[in-house]
Design a protein around this ligand. Structure first.
Ligand SMILES: Cc1ncc(COP(=O)(O)O)c(C=O)c1O
Length: 332
C-alpha cells in the first residue's frame, strides 16, 4: 500500500528494522498467551528507544527547512530528550533541551547522556512537559538562529509518522512468519506512538486490539487523553491524505497501572523488570516499559487472554533510566 508517507523527508538516525522476538520462557512461566516483543530498545541510536522513529521524520523536516538548531523538552530523565540530543548530534544540528527540575549535583542516566551529546540544558523547575519551549525558541531566533521546535514527546503528526511506518515494518515481519496478532500492548504517554500505531494499523490493514497502558495519567481528564489521541490521529490521516477519521472511542487506554505516579517505581514495575530479566535476559526500563509489562502480566493473571492468543508487546526503550533508579531495583 502506498501513501503520502514515502514523500516525507527523513533523516536516517536509526537502524531499522528492529528485531521481532518471542518471549517463550516468560509465556511459559505465566501460563498465558504467546508473547512476542518488538525490540525498539534496539533502534540503534544512543541506547535505543521509540523516539528515534519519530526523530527520523522530525529531523528530516528540520533539515528540509534549513534549520540549524532543534529544541525540545521533557522530564529530567526524558528518553525523548536524550534521543533528540543524539540524533541532532548525528546530523549536525545544535540541540537545546527544556528539562523539568533543577541542575543536580551529579548528572545520571539520560541527563548524563544529554550532556555527552553536547545538548544545552535549560532548567525549568516544575515545568517538565516542555512548557518553556516557545520562549526559548524565541530567544534563539533573536540570537539569529533557526530553531526547529519539537513538541513534548515528539508527538505531533510529523513525529507520529515514525509509528505509522513502524506498523508497515512489523506487518512485514509478521507476514513473513505467518503470525497473526490478537492484541498489541505498549506504554502510552504523550500519544505519538499510540496515534501513529492506530493510523498505521488501518493504513496497512493490520487488524488487532491496540491497548496503550497509561504511564503518566490517572484517568480520562477534560479533554480526555483519548480525545487528544483522536485529534492527533486525524491530523496524521489528513497529512497522509487517507480517509480514516477517529474519535475518542477509537482508542483503548488502561489507567489501572498508574501506581504511585509518574516515574515512581512500585512492585508492579519491579516484578516486571525482574521477571523479564530473569526469564528472557531482556532489560525493561523502570518508567515506561516496566509499567506496561506489569500491566500485561496482570491482564494475563486475570485471564484476559486465552492460551491460543498472541500478544505483541512493543518494547519502546528507556534503558538509561534504569541506572537513575538503581536503588529501587536491586533484587531483595
Ligand atoms: C521508553 C518510552 N516508552 C514509551 C513512551 C511513550 O511514547 P509516547 O510519548 O509516544 O506516548 C516514551 C515517551 O517518552 C518513552 O520514553
Amino acid at each position: 500500500m502506498t501513501s503520502g508517507i514515502e514523500k516525507l523527508p527523513r533523516a536516517r538516525v536509526n537502524f531499522l528494522p528492529t528485531p521481532l522476538t518471542e518471549l517463550r520462557r516468560l509465556a511459559h512461566v505465566l501460563e498465558g498467551p504467546r508473547i512476542l516483543m518488538k525490540r525498539d530498545d534496539l533502534t540503534g541510536l544512543a541506547l535505543g528507544g521509540n523516539k528515534t522513529r519519530k526523530l527520523e521524520f522530525l529531523l528530516g523536516d528540520a533539515l528540509s527547512q534549513n534549520c540549524d538548531t532543534v529544541i525540545t523538552g521533557g522530564a529530567i530523565q526524558s528518553n525523548h530528550c536524550r534521543q533528540t540530543a543524539a540524533a541532532a548530534a548525528a546530523v549536525g544540528l545544535k540541540c537545546h533541551l527544556a528539562l523539568g527540575g533543577e541542575s543536580p549535583s551529579f548528572p545520571e542516566g539520560n541527563l548524563l547522556l544529554d550532556l555527552l551529546f553536547g545538548a544545552i540544558i535549560h532548567w525549568c523547575g516544575e515545568q517538565r512537559k516542555g512548557e518553556r519551549i516557545p520562549e526559548i525558541a524565541e530567544q534563539l531566533r533573536s540570537q539569529g538562529r533557526r530553531p526547529y521546535v519539537i513538541p513534548y514527546g515528539g508527538s505531533n503528526a510529523i513525529g507520529a509518522m515514525g509509528f505509522v511506518d513502524a506498523i508497515s515494518e512489523v506487518k512485514g515481519q509478521l507476514s513473513a512468519q505467518n503470525i497473526s496478532v490478537d492484541c498489541l500492548i505498549f506504554p502510552s504517554s504523550s500519544g505519538g506512538t499510540h496515534a501513529g500505531i492506530t493510523v498505521g494499523a488501518d493504513l496497512y490493514d493490520l487488524s488487532m486490539r491496540v491497548i496503550g497502558i497509561a504511564i503518566d495519567r490517572t484517568e480520562p481528564g477534560e479533554p480526555s487523553y483519548e480525545s487528544e489521541l483522536a485529534t492527533l490521529a486525524n491530523q496524521i490521516a489528513e497529512k497522509l491524505g487517507i480517509e480514516a477519521r477517529y474519535d475518542a472511542g477509537s482508542f483503548q487506554v488502561r489507567y489501572d497501572y498508574f501506581g504511585g505516579g509518574y516515574a515512581v517505581v512500585g512492585e508492579l514495575e519491579r516484578e516486571a523488570i525482574l521477571l523479564v530479566g530473569k526469564y528472557e535476559g531482556v532489560l525493561l526500563d523502570p518508567v515506561y516499559t516496566a509499567r506496561a509489562m506489569g500491566g500485561l502480566i496482570d491482564m494475563i493473571r486475570n485471564k484476559e487472554f486465552s492460551s491460543r492468543d498472541t500478544v505483541l508487546f512493543w518494547h519502546t526503550g528507556g534503558i538509561p533510566a534504569l541506572f537513575e533508579h538503581a536503588r529501587e531495583l536491586v533484587p531483595r
